[in-house]
Design a protein. Structure first.
Length: 418
């Protein structure tokens, strides 16, 4: 009998099985850059209908897989504008089937770069080239998760926060008192840089996850070169700093009304500068984080429904809008707890005041909102934002009075569950 027990212990060590309550982590990065001559229509700007004309910087899927000895979880980001609901369903179904990770424990987020190809089913129709690239992204996600799971090893983790002055509120007031897309230095904004570090037991970095509330729009609609914009530049700066030995997934916070302090423009220099500013702060914060090997993973997801609206422009010169009732909008809320670190996912473009309210009402000091996560619900404004008509309000499919409470109360209720 003793020999059998000893053999089981040896096999567990050999197979890398995690002791319950002890963290294992693995990370991987997979290239999803399209061919330079594929001429794919890019996403994010309705005025841009030409196909891309070159590659400025590569696009990636970045995945972190975690194991606490009782179950697996995955945090996956992709240098795309977002994932439509049907594609999210398909990809997470494959992750569950092929990697054994429960859907409730998966966060799949687009970084919301406006310099990537448009995926099938999101911001436009579908054609053969777009469908082929969408399949490439899907396979890239699966491969990144596979590689990350295969590299699982005993690990330590911890979280920290810093600040970076890279974003600015974009609901700018014009001379006639109306709001337009621009720069509003007096508008609400959140400068927090949230960081979660995963490292080996000897202190070598495995993955550095970061989160910041800003649109990937330093490059504007005239740009026809593929780029990860500021999110991609930030991840590359961090990874290059560590000699390519770390994977650095970046996620967008509550950035529905937050643009970069430069742009949308047509020069790549400021993109690299802003990526460096964010990257340097992430690296600084990561260096100060104290880590622990003890972990408990807990994942949950739920779907809430809000009444829908549709904006109808009035005839000029009034320039106002009427709002008609429309189909309800579903919002997927996700929670991945890593001990007392709350990674909260929302399937839309959340305005900053909702993110700030969530952090105030959360029972956990480290509460990170990941937007464009696990599907797509469009713009999700806070109630007060509806008082003044702006781009975010006229494009939102959600009627006033639902999204803010549904998101904050829904996520806090999930956190309160054992």
């Amino acid at each position: 009998m003793c020999r059998i027990v000893a053999l089981v212990l040896v096999l567990n060590v050999a197979l890398g099985a995690a002791e319950k309550g002890s963290l294992r982590a693995g990370a991987a990065r997979v290239d999803i850059t399209p061919a330079a001559d594929a001429a794919l229509v890019m996403s994010g700007y309705g005025s841009r209908t030409e196909g891309h004309k070159g590659i400025h910087d590569p696009l990636y899927v970045r995945a972190v897989v975690l194991d606490d000895g009782a179950g697996l979880a995955a945090i996956v980001t992709a240098d795309v504008i977002g994932f439509p609901n049907a594609l999210w369903e398909k990809i997470t179904g494959r992750i569950t089937q092929e990697a054994g990770i429960p859907r409730d424990n998966i966060l799949l987020a687009g970084v919301h770069t406006h310099g990537a190809p448009a995926l099938a089913g999101l911001y436009g129709g579908t054609d053969e080239k777009r469908a082929a690239y969408t399949a490439k992204v899907e396979d890239g996600v699966i491969e990144a998760v596979r590689q990350a799971k295969a590299s699982l090893q005993p690990a330590r983790f911890g979280a920290g926060e810093g600040k970076a002055y890279v974003n600015i509120n974009r609901r700018a007031r014009t001379a006639d008192g109306t709001l337009r897309l621009g720069f509003n230095p007096e508008g609400p904004t959140d400068k927090t840089v949230a960081v979660v570090k995963f490292e080996t037991l000897s202190g070598e970095p495995i993955a550095i996850f970061s989160n910041y509330a800003v649109h990937g729009v330093a490059m504007g609609p005239r740009n026809l070169e593929i780029t990860g914009d500021v999110p991609g530049a930030t991840s590359r700066f961090i990874e290059q700093h560590f000699g390519g030995k770390v994977v650095a997934p970046w996620t967008s916070g509550a950035a529905g009304d937050q643009n970069t302090i430069y742009g949308p423009g047509n020069e790549f220099g400021p993109v690299a500068d802003l990526g460096r500013l964010l990257g340097e702060e992430v690296i600084r914060v990561a260096g100060e984080i104290k880590t622990s090997p003890r972990a408990r993973l807990r994942g949950m997801q739920t779907v809430v429904s809000c009444p829908g609206q549709r904006a109808v422009a009035r005839p000029r010169p009034d320039r106002g809008y009427d709002f008609k009732d429309a189909d309800p909008v579903t919002i997927r809320l996700s929670l991945l707890m890593v001990n007392h670190i709350a990674l909260t996912g929302v399937s839309g473009e959340v305005l900053t005041m909702i993110g700030q309210r969530l952090k105030k009402e959360s029972p956990f000091a480290h509460t990170i909102m990941v937007t464009h996560c696990n599907g797509s619900s469009g713009y999700l404004p806070d109630d007060a934002a509806y008082q003044e008509i702006s781009y975010e309000i006229t494009t939102s499919r959600v009627k006033k009075g639902c999204a803010e409470n549904a998101i904050v109360n829904g996520l806090v209720e999930m956190m309160d569950q054992p």
